[in-house]
Each structure stands twice: as C-alpha cells, then as structure tokens.
Design a protein around this ligand. Structure first.
Ligand code: GLN
Length: 279
C-alpha cells in the first residue's frame, strides 16, 4: 500500500469527523516521521506493512474519539513542539492570547518573578521563558504525572529556566511575584461540553474545578494577594461566558485596572488585574 491509498482508507474511516482528512495526514506523518508536505509530494511511496498496521491502529483509536495530540504525543503551542500525555490538558490556541497579554505587560529586560499556576504541560511557563530571558519563572502543578511532562518539556526547550514546584496553586511557592498567570480548570462539572469530543479524554481535574466553575478563580484571586507585590499582575484564561464573573471576583478582592481581553472570535477569554499599590 502506498501513501495515497493509506490516506484514502483513513479518510473513509474518519469520514464522520470534520477534521478527518487533517487527522489522517497528521497520524500518517507521525508514523512515517515525515511532514504533511512530504506526504503530498510522495503519494506513490510505499508504506511498509508494519507502518501501515501502526497507522490503522491509530486511525481506529481516533475513530473511537481519542485526541490526535495524545495519539502522536505532541502538540504545537507558541510554535514550540510540546510533549503531551493524557495526564495533561492539550494546549489550546486560545491560551496563546493569555501569553500575549502577559508579554504585553512584562517589560523585555525586567528581572520579574513570574508564576504559572497549574502549569499542566508547561505551555504557558515555557512560552514566557522563551520570550523573557530576564524573568525568574516558577511553575506549580498538583499532579505529579503532569509535572513530569512539564519538566521534560522545559528541559528540552528552555533548560534550567523554570523552577517547578509540586502542589496546589500558590501553596508550594515562596517570595513575592510581579506576575501571576493561570489557565485553571473552569468548566462546570455538569456542563455537557465535558461529555463531547476530545475533552472526554483529557484529565477532568484540568478542565473542571467541580460544580462551581468559578471556584479556582476565587481561590487563586484570594491567595495571590499574599504573594503579589504591590502593583503586580494577576492574569487568567476563562470561559467565554465568565468575563463578568471573573472581573467581579477580582474587583471584590480589591484588584485594580481589571480588564478583559477578547479572542479572535470576539469572545471574552482573558481577564487581568493588579494588586493595589504603587510597587
Ligand atoms: N478551554 C477548555 C475547554 O473548553 C478548558 C480549559 C480549562 O478549563 N482551563 O475545553
């Protein structure tokens, strides 16, 4: 069987999925260790039997709903190739907006201490580390399995730049910070979204804090007051319908300059504020 036939067979198997064609190409590229462009350039190239077996098994797993990123063990974020496993949330393009918001506020040469809470794959901390060489970056994560993935990613991309801490949100951190950032779980546990598509395979603790989707924002907003220096920033990603509530939580705790940014689809996705004071 050649590349063209293998792809045709997979596309048929994944016909019900809107991304079936792309998924087939990504999976075959992964099995053959070649780019998608090279698949197009060499449609007549033979696919060895062991590789086509491997490819068929991955297509079957995709057909059963497993996310492509878990099948290939990789997802691109901020143009960086990150390792992902079912122990971590798959980095989303919308989280790049959170990174952009942080970079717009962290001066290029500032030796700020930055903390990424619930780092998961390490995506946010690593992206910031690549862009702000003078910052001292810390990342916390409660799951030891996720922490191992984050540490592996950091060792490959920004060795020695990030200090990792196992524990919940701010509890394992010490000292004061000029920027605290987090993409915490924020989906209500009874939201039907959790029963659909790729998210069914992701760690529920990374997606949902329980029946109150705002619980993690409340906790982090309160705890952060203890570790933020005056005038320092707290920035969150949140669900598109949560802007009002997250602004209110921050304002009630006394944060100032609270504002919400919208994503490319004009949905409210990121809210930031500063601890009062002139520092
Ligand atoms: N944006 C993700 C989703 O809707 C949730 C990410 C999160 O909870 N931090 O699937």
């Amino acid at each position: 069987m050649n590349i063209k036939h293998a792809l045709e067979e997979a596309r048929l198997a994944l016909e019900g999925s809107a991304t079936g064609r792309l998924d087939s190409e990504v999976l075959l590229g992964h099995v053959l260790c070649v780019s998608r462009a090279s698949l197009y350039a060499n449609p007549e190239t033979d696919v060895p039997a062991d590789k086509s077996d491997q490819f068929r098994k991955l297509v079957e797993r995709r057909q059963a709903g497993e996310p492509v990123a878990y099948l290939t063990g990789q997802r691109e974020f901020w143009s960086l190739a990150l390792k992902v496993t079912p122990s971590v949330l798959i980095p989303r393009p919308e989280t790049e907006l959170l990174v952009e918001a942080a970079l717009a506020r962290i001066p290029e040469t500032a030796p700020w201490r930055v903390a990424d809470l619930g780092t998961g794959s390490g995506a946010i901390a690593i992206a910031i580390a690549t862009m702000r060489k003078h910052c001292e970056i810390h990342a916390s994560e409660i799951s030891t399995a996720a922490l191992a993935v984050a540490m592996e990613n950091a060792a490959a991309i920004v060795p020695g730049r990030i200090q990792f801490h196992q524990g919940s949100w701010l509890s394992p951190l010490q000292g004061s910070f000029q920027f605290i950032i987090s993409n915490p779980p924020y989906v209500d546990l009874d939201d039907p979204h959790l029963q659909q598509g790729d998210v069914r395979f992701e760690p529920v603790t990374a997606l949902s804090p329980g029946h109150d989707g705002l619980a993690a924002f409340r906790q982090i907003t309160g705890e952060s007051l203890l570790l933020l220096s005056s005038g320092a920033w707290l920035a969150f990603e949140h669900g598109s319908g949560q802007g009002d509530s997250v602004r209110k939580i921050m304002e009630e705790k006394g944060y100032c300059d609270v504002e919400t940014l919208t994503d490319l689809a004009a949905e409210e996705r990121v809210t930031l504020g500063r601890k009062k004071g002139s520092g």
